[in-house]
Design a protein around this ligand. Structure first.
Ligand code: HEC
Ligand code: HEC
Ligand code: HEC
Ligand code: HEC
Ligand code: HEC
Length: 301
């Protein structure tokens, strides 16, 4: 009798956990188009026209195709030649968890295909095959849903739980009528939200990947010395365009330049051999001050 009290709940847990795992498997996409249907962003521009236009001009909208060379080298030279490690979804995510978060929902087979496409697009550039691969990969970006759903709460995923499908997490949680559900999530307004990608990725196999050291200098130098601005405050002044090092205006904003010149004369009587003691050699001390006004080191990379 006593034993049953434990066995029954245990059986219930087993029964319920099996179908849950299956449905998690079902969620994985087998083609890029299927992946895009799962996280459909085609309608966002209808109502968020300006934001969409800004985003489309941002580096977040070309986050895979702009980085093909580096990704090709990781797969072809790193994994294949140097480490003799097979290409798996886990390896592909070492780049694409940040460069295209939707790939977390690709099947193992599709993720490997995406890795192979990266190699083809880079190696066969200019050929029909290469261009076709490039076009497919161009569909993978850091899109609206990457930030407003998939990565919105992952800074504290133990606390926030997994993202709810179809929910748009935003800074205000304003009612969007029938268009979609919204939820206010302060996390997205904090620097730590950006730092998940502009920082370190800890792969499940223990490897640490980092494309830039910017978050480290933000935290250990800027904030440590009293800097109070968030990434968003500096980089979202133009909304979703996220200007950075590729934008001349932003670069100028980040650098303070000041020159002090003080003239003086020296070596009296030595000017071009003239022995006139009243002539001095004119000289100047030029001191240039270059001030870093960003929230981190520049340049970065
Ligand atoms: C899902 C990962 C991810 C998140 C979240 C993310 N970024 Fe990015 N960001 C990237 C990647 C990857 C690139 C590089 C894309 C490229 O070069 O094509 C990038 C590019 C940029 C650039 C352009 C850099 C340049 O060289 O001009 C800026 C600025 C930027 N991000 C700021 C931010 C800020 C601020 C936040 C937070 C509000 C943020 N990002 C959130 C991944 C992310
Ligand atoms: C932790 C998230 C993250 C991971 C993981 C990651 N990257 Fe990046 N990557 C970024 C961010 C953010 C930038 C933009 C940095 C900047 O502009 O300062 C970037 C920039 C780049 C760039 C330069 C892009 C340009 O337009 O100049 C290349 C190339 C690149 N990454 C390749 C890779 C490769 C290859 C891998 C896998 C081995 C990888 N990244 C993994 C976040 C990541
Ligand atoms: C790189 C991450 C990132 C991407 C990509 C992104 N957003 Fe945002 N978005 C943010 C952040 C961060 C805020 C909050 C800014 C703040 O208030 O601090 C925000 C704010 C918003 C807001 C509310 C505030 C406002 O400006 O009206 C809307 C609506 C929005 N985003 C829609 C979109 C749409 C639509 C897309 C795709 C076209 C998109 N976002 C792509 C990070 C992102
Ligand atoms: C039929 C119109 C419509 C469509 C389509 C639509 N939205 Fe919205 N959305 C709204 C309205 C209205 C609001 C509330 C007012 C505002 O913030 O602009 C809103 C608010 C938001 C917010 C901000 C929530 C906050 O914190 O206040 C985000 C983020 C957002 N939408 C993202 C998206 C994304 C991503 C898509 C595409 C998958 C999308 N929306 C498609 C109408 C729409
Ligand atoms: C006080 C304002 C300020 C803060 C805070 C700030 N940035 Fe920047 N950031 C800038 C300016 C200005 C530049 C352009 C300077 C340059 O690249 O020469 C820049 C450049 C960048 C670049 C391009 C780097 C490159 O080498 O091209 C990225 C990416 C970036 N910031 C991301 C972030 C992230 C992520 C955070 C938060 C962790 C952040 N920034 C905080 C002002 C700021």
């Amino acid at each position: 009798m006593k034993r049953n009290r434990f066995i029954v709940p245990l059986l219930m847990v087993l029964l319920f956990s099996v179908p849950l795992q299956l449905s998690a498997e079902e969620k994985m996409a087998d083609s890029i188009d299927e992946l895009l249907t799962m996280f459909d962003e085609s309608s966002c521009m209808e109502c968020h026209e300006e934001i969409h236009a800004q985003w489309a001009d941002s580096w977040h909208a070309k986050s895979v195709v702009s980085s093909l060379k580096g990704m090709h080298n990781f797969i072809e030279i790193g994994l294949k030649k140097e480490w003799e490690t097979p290409l798996t979804k886990g390896q592909v995510l070492k780049c694409l968890d940040c460069h295209a978060p939707v790939v977390n929902y690709a099947s193992e087979k599709l993720a490997v295909e995406i890795g192979e496409m990266i190699v083809t697009a880079f190696k066969e550039k200019g050929t029909a095959e290469g261009e076709a691969a490039q076009e497919e990969l161009g569909k993978l970006k850091i899109g609206c849903i990457s930030c407003h759903n998939l990565k919105a709460g992952t800074v504290a995923d133990g606390f926030n739980g997994p993202p709810e499908k179809g929910m748009m997490y935003g800074p205000n949680g304003e009612d969007a009528g029938d268009a979609h559900e919204t939820l206010e999530l302060a996390d997205i307004t904090r620097s730590s939200f950006c730092m998940q990608c502009h920082g370190i990725y800890n792969a499940p196999d223990g490897e640490m990947i980092q494309c830039n050291t910017l978050s480290g200098s933000y935290q250990n130098s800027y904030v440590a010395q009293g800097g109070a601005k968030t990434c968003q405050e500096c980089h979202m002044k133009k909304g979703h365009l996220f200007p950075g090092g590729h934008d001349l205006e932003t670069v100028k904003e980040g650098l303070g330049f000041n020159v002090e010149i003080s003239g003086y004369g020296h070596l009296p009587g030595q000017l071009e051999g003239k022995k006139d003691p009243s002539k001095w050699v004119p000289s100047a001390v030029v001191t240039a001050f270059i001030e870093n006004k960003t929230g981190h080191r520049v340049p970065d990379g």
